[in-house]
Every structure is written in structure tokens, then in C-alpha cells.
Ligand binder design. Structure first.
Ligand SMILES: Nc1ncnc2c1ncn2[C@@H]1O[C@H](COP(=O)(O)OP(=O)(O)OP(=O)(O)O)[C@@H](O)[C@H]1O
Ligand SMILES: [Mg+2]
Length: 503
């Protein structure tokens, strides 16, 4: 460190010039009145000339000295005291207070201020998206196991119903089946949230899709809410599952309706928008590029920051029991993650709410991808099917359903057992129905073996998983596939369709 005697070796700097060159705001404050005595150039740029006025009013925006002020602590100590100061309008300042040297017997406070609003927003958004990932994994894991259980409950209830045409217990079994279907629908929402739901994206004209839904939405919101729809011709097309798009819009619109019990204005607007690096920096999880923007804005009750920080979590609701399940926005969130989209929300209590959905825009509108859809009446059959499923109760249920229809069914709980079964089996095996994720042997290896031993056989996959997990296991858009849970009738339709295409 240079000793005082060396000071003359260095050029003389004007303290004020130095202060003015700082990117941070520096002010000097009289602690007895909170009045600003001095501000550097950066402060002047940000606030205009506020010398002679109080810091709580002109800098923090409060009517009196605020709770966050630590000026008196700084006066009582010899160290710098710091605090984050939240300002009205969700802004944040980082403030350092330090004693200035005493001039004319009076000690002033030097306040160094940095606007950290952007930094705080990014940090909060990042924390939020990490939390959603964790909740998604948990919800997805539970939903997956629950799915398998529901499939067994629903499947057996359906079979019983077929057998008990006039039995007095029929009504109760119907109720079991209905409850099971409701539970499966709930699980489906959870799986959508955790992005384990199979979806069939196709090129969607967003304006046309919104227009098609207008009548339905109007009926859902009722007469007391006025809906105004503005569709910008440039909005464009997005790669999207049409049913999932409807789910997004319906959930947002129903929430807007609920926020305006006494009526009000609901705006729906579409447009095109290009998201840049700056947007992505402020919105972790968003991606740069061209997007179709869909805005759903209400003039309802709005939300406080605490509510806002939870709205996408599954089962978070403020609507009370019997009213909301808290899965609406969780579903929307999951769908948008899966479709590489993004959702943003701005809301304040009493000021209404604006949700903005971003869907990746497709440059050139082209022909929609075909969606394979078939429905067939059950017929008696005699083909042989190899069924590979590690869950005992699902395997038993499926084997019974297939055997009832006259199929010869070979069962195995994993790939190794399945290949052993094939070796023992003398005749043709027409179809392999296999779970995708199984212990001991990967389904891809089993399928390779099947192709060698039974080259003409068709393959039908089934799984409670979706998305990347399936793709990693060789399941693609056109691979014959059943998403669990499925009804016995769905299994039979798919099996018949595949066996028929083999003839
Ligand atoms: N437009 C809005 N205005 C005010 N609050 C909203 C709005 N949209 C959502 N919320 C808040 O977010 C919560 C979660 O919404 P979400 O759609 O996930 O569940 P829900 O509407 O309560 O129930 P569900 O959609 O499953 O019937 C709501 O309970 C409400 O507190
Ligand atoms: Mg809702």
C-alpha cells in the first residue's frame, strides 16, 4: 500500500468527477431530515434533480421513512450497512449506507444504490422453474404408478359389468368404474403437468383454432363477462396438439371468468412475436425465436406476489374445496413445456391478470400431419399373442381380456421370459404386445429377437411413460402404441387393427 508520503506521485483526481463516473447511484443524505444533499450523475439520470428532497419519497417511493431504512444503524457503527429495499411496483434496490466524514460538526450518510430489479426477477424465475421441475418429477412418479393401479381397477370393473347384465350389484360396480375413470382423468392431468402424456402435435392455425372455440368459450364464461377477441392476421401457425391447445385456452378463460364473479372484460388476442436474448435472460425457461403469442387478459381480482409464486404448482388453488382442483394451470404449464412454449403472467391485486402464452411459430404453413385414428368392432379371433408386462395384475387383466376374445395368449413378465416362451412355442406368433420399460431386458432387444424368430409378427408397445423416455426406447410417432391406462375395449381395438393389417 502506498504511504501518505507517496501521494504526490499520483495524479490529483477530483472526487466529484470520480463519483460522477460511477455506474452506481451515490447520494449524500442528512440523517436528521432524510434530505438528499448530493447526488452523482447516475442518480441525476435515474431520478432527475432530487436534492433537497427526502430519500424515502424520491428514491424509495414511500410516504414516510421506510422500514427497510438502516441509516441510523450506519450512524451508530463504523461499518457499511446494507439492505435490499423492495419498492412499490415489484422493483428492488440494493442500498449500502455508510457514515461520511464529519464536516462542520455534522455527519452525513453516503448511500450507494444499485437497481437489482432485473437480477432479482431472473433469480426468482430460475428458482421457480427449478421448483416446478422437482414437483413435476414427484407428481409424474406418483401418477405413473397410480395409473397402473387404476388400469386394473377400471379394467376389472368393465369386465364384471359385461358379465353381470342383470345382477343387483351392477349399479355398485358402475359406480366403482365411474370413480376409477375420474381418478384416471385426474392422473392424466398430472401426467400432462409432468410431461409424460402422449401428444399428437400437428400444424395448427392458431387464429382459426381460437375462432373455432369462440362459441364454446362464450358459453363457458356466461353472459356477465364480455369477451373481446382480436386475432392478428400475422399470428401464424404452431406445432401443437389441437386438444392440448384447447385445454390451454379453456383453463385460462375459466380462471379469468372465476376472477370476475361480477362480470367484466375478457380480452383474447393473438399476434406474432420474436423473443430475443434479453427476454430469455429475464424469463428462464423461455427460448429465443419466432412465436405465436396468445394473450388472455381479465379485469378481475388479480393476485398478490405470494399467490403468483404458486399458481403453476399442481393442487394449488384459492377456490376452496369442491370448486377448484388446482390442476388447471399445472396442466397448462406442462403442455407448454412439452411443446417448447412458454407462459408469462402479470397480475396485481385489484388490477386484473394478463397471461401470455408463447407457442413456437412455424414459418411456412403446410399440410397438417395425418392423425391415425381407428375404431373397430370386436370380433372373435384365434391368433397367438405374446404379452410381456412386468406388473402382475395388469398382465393378468390383459391376458384375460384377450383370451375372452379367443386369442391364444403367451405371457411373460420380462424380455428374457418372453424369448423363452417363443422358443417353446411351435406355431406362428402373430403379435407381440410389450411394455416399453421393463426389468432385465430392454424392449428394443426383445423386439430384435422377436423379428428373428417371428419375422411376420406385428409389435404393439404400451407404456405409462411418454415423450423423451419413449423416444429413447425407439418409439416414434407412427409406432403402434397404447398409452396406459387404457380400457380393455381400447386394447382389443388396437390388437384387431394390427392383426388385420397383417393379413
Ligand atoms: N385470472 C386469474 N385471476 C386471479 N387469480 C387467478 C387467475 N388464474 C389463476 N388464478 C389463481 O391461481 C390458482 C390456480 O389456478 P388453477 O387454474 O391451476 O386452479 P383452479 O382454477 O383453482 O382449479 P382448477 O383449474 O383445477 O379447477 C387459482 O386458484 C387462483 O387463485
Ligand atoms: Mg383453473
Amino acid at each position: 500500500m502506498a504511504s501518505p508520503s507517496h501521494a504526490s506521485e499520483y495524479p490529483h483526481y477530483d472526487a466529484q468527477v470520480l463519483l460522477n463516473s460511477q455506474p452506481v447511484i451515490v447520494t449524500v443524505i442528512d440523517p436528521s431530515t432524510h434530505k438528499i444533499q448530493f447526488q452523482n450523475q447516475t442518480g441525476l439520470k435515474k431520478f432527475g434533480d432530487i436534492t433537497g428532497q427526502t430519500c424515502y419519497d424520491k428514491i424509495a417511493g414511500y410516504p414516510s421513512p421506510c422500514d427497510f431504512c438502516r441509516m441510523s444503524e450506519a450512524m451508530a457503527s463504523d461499518t457499511v450497512v446494507s439492505s435490499e429495499v423492495p419498492l412499490p411496483g415489484n422493483q428492488f434496490l440494493l442500498v449500502h449506507w455508510a457514515k461520511a466524514s464529519t464536516v462542520d460538526g455534522r455527519t452525513h450518510i453516503v448511500e450507494t444504490i444499485t437497481d437489482i430489479t432485473e437480477y432479482k426477477r431472473t433469480a426468482q424465475a430460475l428458482q421457480q422453474s427449478q421448483k416446478m421441475e422437482a414437483v413435476g418429477r414427484l407428481a409424474g412418479g406418483i401418477a405413473h404408478d397410480f395409473n397402473n393401479l387404476m388400469m386394473v381397477v377400471i379394467g376389472h370393473a368393465h369386465r364384471l359389468l359385461q358379465q353381470l347384465a342383470t345382477h343387483p350389484a351392477k349399479r355398485e360396480i358402475e359406480l366403482i368404474s365411474q370413480a376409477g375413470l375420474r381418478a384416471a382423468a385426474l392422473t392424466k392431468k398430472l401426467l400432462t403437468f409432468s410431461r409424460r402424456q402422449v401428444f399428437e402435435p400437428k400444424e395448427l392455425d392458431i387464429n382459426a383454432s381460437v375462432r373455432d372455440m369462440e362459441d364454446l368459450l362464450q358459453r363457458m364464461i356466461g353472459e356477465h363477462v364480455q369477451m373481446v377477441v382480436v386475432l392478428h392476421p400475422e399470428a401464424g401457425h404452431a406445432m401443437m396438439d389441437p386438444v392440448q391447445f384447447q385445454q390451454i385456452l379453456m383453463n385460462l378463460v375459466v380462471n379469468a371468468r372465476d376472477a370476475m364473479p361480477d362480470g367484466g372484460l375478457l380480452n383474447i388476442e393473438t399476434d406474432r412475436i420474436d423473443l430475443d436474448e434479453q427476454f430469455v435472460r429475464l424469463h428462464p425457461g423461455a427460448m429465443t425465436g419466432s412465436f405465436v403469442k396468445i394473450l388472455v387478459q381479465d379485469a378481475g381480482c388479480g393476485m398478490d406476489p405470494e399467490t403468483l409464486s404458486h399458481i403453476f404448482e399442481p393442487f394449488f388453488t384459492t377456490k376452496g374445496p369442491d370448486k377448484g382442483t388446482g390442476l388447471g394451470l399445472a396442466t397448462v404449464y406442462g403442455i407448454l413445456k412439452q411443446s417448447q412454449g412458454y407462459i408469462d403472467v402479470i397480475s396485481q391485486p385489484g388490477q386484473g391478470t394478463r397471461f401470455t402464452v408463447y407457442l413456437p411459430r412455424i414459418g411456412q404453413p403446410g399440410a397438417a400431419l395425418p392423425v391415425v385414428q381407428t375404431a373397430m368392432a370386436p370380433v372373435a379371433a384365434r391368433e397367438t399373442i405374446l404379452l410381456v408386462e412386468d406388473d402382475d395384475s395388469i398382465r393378468t387383466l390383459m391376458a384375460t381380456v384377450l383370451q375372452d376374445q379367443g386369442y391364444q395368449v403367451l405371457v411373460a413378465s420380462d424380455g428374457i421370459q418372453a424369448l423363452q416362451q417363443l422358443q417353446l412355442h411351435k406355431g406362428l406368433c402373430h403379435l407381440l404386445v410389450t411394455d416399453v420399460i421393463m426389468p432385465r431386458m430392454k424392449s428394443t432387444v426383445l423386439v430384435e429377437g422377436m423379428k428373428v424368430m417371428q419375422p411376420a409378427a406385428r409389435i404393439l408397445y404400451m407404456s405409462g411413460y411418454a415423450g423423451e423416455t419413449l423416444e429413447a426406447n425407439g418409439i416414434h410417432e407412427n409406432t403402434p402404441f397404447l398409452q396406459k391406462p387404457f380400457l380393455p375395449s381400447t386394447l382389443l381395438e388396437k390388437v384387431q387393427e394390427l392383426l388385420k393389417s397383417n393379413k
